[in-house]
Design a protein around this ligand. Sequence first.
Ligand SMILES: [Zn+2]
Length: 403
Amino acid sequence: MHIIAPRYILSPETIHTGLAIAFDTKICAIDTPEILKKRYPNADFYEFDGVLLPTFANPHVHLEFSANRATLSYGDFIPWLYSVIKNREELLPRCDETCLQEAIHSMLHTGTTAIGQISSYGDELEVCAASPLQVRYFVEIIGSNAAAADVMYASFLERFHQAKKVENPRFKVGVAIHSPYSVHYILAKRALEIAKKYDTLVSVHFMESLAERQWLDNGTGEFAKFFDELLGQKRPVNDAMEFLELFSDVRTLFVHMIYANDIELARIKSYNAAVIHCPVSNRLLGNGVLDLERIAPLPWTLATDGLSSNYTLNMYEEMRAALFMHPDFNAVQIAKELIVRTTRVGHELLGFAGGVIKKEAPATFQLVTLPKDLANEDDIYLHLILHTQKPEVVYIEGERYGK
Ligand SMILES: [Zn+2]
């Protein structure tokens, strides 16, 4: 048994002072340090002059692209997509086991212990399954060409069952439908039948770019040239609303959503759905800013997206970006909301325990130092976001990572 007495505990919604936690793999008790020392006389006792808060969930990453630093073209979505296609044969093998381990290590040591990994190929399966993180492993299906549908479905199904074999309470399988512009209706339908059969969580990129909006609405815009050049395809393979209907009876994380129209939003709000907001990725690929007021009351949280469209997997960095990209919200208030969403809400959306500090919760949390001159306790959330590069220590089910 261990006892930690920090200056502050964030539950995450409430700021507590004068309390300590006693834990082994779970949080066994929360009380004053004196009471806990009496109750557990053999426990080691540790004071921390800072904040104890839950760890983050990052529900949308593409670890297979973790080798990218400056290979891909940023600025506009379609040139970026061309650059992914042009460079992926070179980028994917560069993300070997060492590269994957570095990406996982960087997340863990910046306070993230639960992730949603979008798996396009499956070579990262073993590393993910063996990592100390909680992993929701979304096996992705892609393919807009009806003639190739059987081949693409067979590949998806094989990767899905490979992942299912190593499923455990910390590693859960999900299904990712790439997007309405890139997955044929029949293919999406078949993959979602698998999601229903195994009762798994679903992820889909939806209305990320203006090009996607124009292509699906009118068969025009930058995607018209893209599909004609690469696939000889003259028309979109989906009607956006027909595609959406497929998600009516699964639990889905809709990723990006910047260009969703009012009819689509109303439909998604009637589903068991949530929104994943990736502000840095959206900024770098020229996709604008998600209107958070429009998506209410859907649950939402932040994600970094992959290193294919971000410079870091650090959630503190993503929260700083979100803070500055949503200037209509009071900084102190949105800072608290961001911490609550990236901890408790993110874990709930991925279907994992954690993200909260309470009795019986897993002893998974981070210890962060605050500026010494903090004057107003209510500003803790904001200063955590402004001043933290990484926590001092991260605990996962009582196991200590860091100093
Ligand atoms: Zn993505």
